[in-house]
Design a protein around this ligand. Structure first.
Ligand SMILES: [Fe+2]
Ligand SMILES: [Fe+2]
Length: 272
């Protein structure tokens, strides 16, 4: 595929999803509150149901049952609502054949990993969680154009998915996601975090980007690689964790929470 074909399509994507564009613009308006977000979401029954399900999940439901969409928006916070709205609008939810093998298991784990290292990286857990959920969005978008790029079985390190994506699509999944997110008018800090998620951590200055790189590194050293993830590069994950001040003892402390919460969160996204 010519680079321009896929990228042009990504730029046009928002035009087909006016209700989501409205939700995203309300989320970005500091003068609008949870009631306004709930009102913008309300025409989209599927998104309402997802927000309620997530707000009542074990991860978020700290204080009892959430019965209204407005309550769900308050419980989840705007960055998580944004990540779920984008995931739904990009067609990543509801049909596992739309995403690469173990996509949500991986993205759910990286989301929890980023949230677990967020304090050390200097961002809020909710912002880190949301960036982790969306970090491989580009791979899911490209997968729908040509799944064969993601089905290659090769020993670890012998298949470079980023190079294969550049050859096939003219851009790797980091850049493809950044183009799509820019077209959605997503906050630049989130776009940059997704664009730079395979860069060495020393090349990433913004706290949100460092949280995603370190979160993915935590997933690598504790859970390993499977599915499309095995083809994703992750050089020196221990170094990435050390760069945000997490040593071996810190990794050991976070590992069990990552295993438990990451698995639960990935399963919830896969079933959403
Ligand atoms: Fe990636
Ligand atoms: Fe990843």
């Amino acid at each position: 595929m010519e680079r321009s074909v896929l990228i042009d399509e990504l730029r046009r994507l928002p035009l087909h999803q006016t209700s989501v564009v409205r939700v995203l613009s309300v989320l970005d308006d500091p003068n609008r509150g949870a009631a306004d977000v709930a009102a913008a979401v309300s025409p989209d029954a599927g998104l309402c149901a997802r927000l309620l399900r997530f707000a009542n999940s074990a991860y978020f439901a700290a204080s009892g049952r959430v019965g209204s969409v407005e309550g769900a928006v308050v419980t989840l916070g705007s960055s998580v609502v944004r990540a779920l709205a984008i995931s739904a609008a990009a067609g990543l939810l509801g049909d596992s054949s739309n995403v690469p093998d173990r996509f949500w298991a991986h993205s759910g784990s990286v989301a929890i990993g980023a949230a677990l290292v967020s304090r050390q990286a200097g961002v809020s857990p909710a912002d880190a969680l949301s960036a982790g959920l969306l970090h491989d969005l580009g791979a899911a978008i490209a997968y729908r154009h040509d799944a064969s790029v993601y089905g290659v079985v090769a020993p670890a390190g012998e298949y470079d998915v980023l190079a294969a994506e550049r050859e096939r699509f003219g851009a790797d999944h980091c850049e493809l996601a950044a183009v799509a997110l820019e077209a959605w008018n997503i906050p630049p800090s989130l776009v940059d975090a997704v664009r730079l998620h395979h860069a060495p951590i020393d090349a990433v200055e913004a706290p949100l980007g460092r949280a995603v790189v370190a979160g993915e590194a935590l997933v690598r050293v504790t859970l390993g690689d499977e599915g499309f993830v095995a083809a994703e590069p992750c050089d020196d994950p221990e170094g990435a964790l050390a760069a945000v001040g997490i040593d071996d003892a810190g990794v050991a402390q976070l590992a069990s929470r990552l295993d438990e919460q990451g698995g639960e969160f990935g399963a919830m996204m896969a079933a959403a």
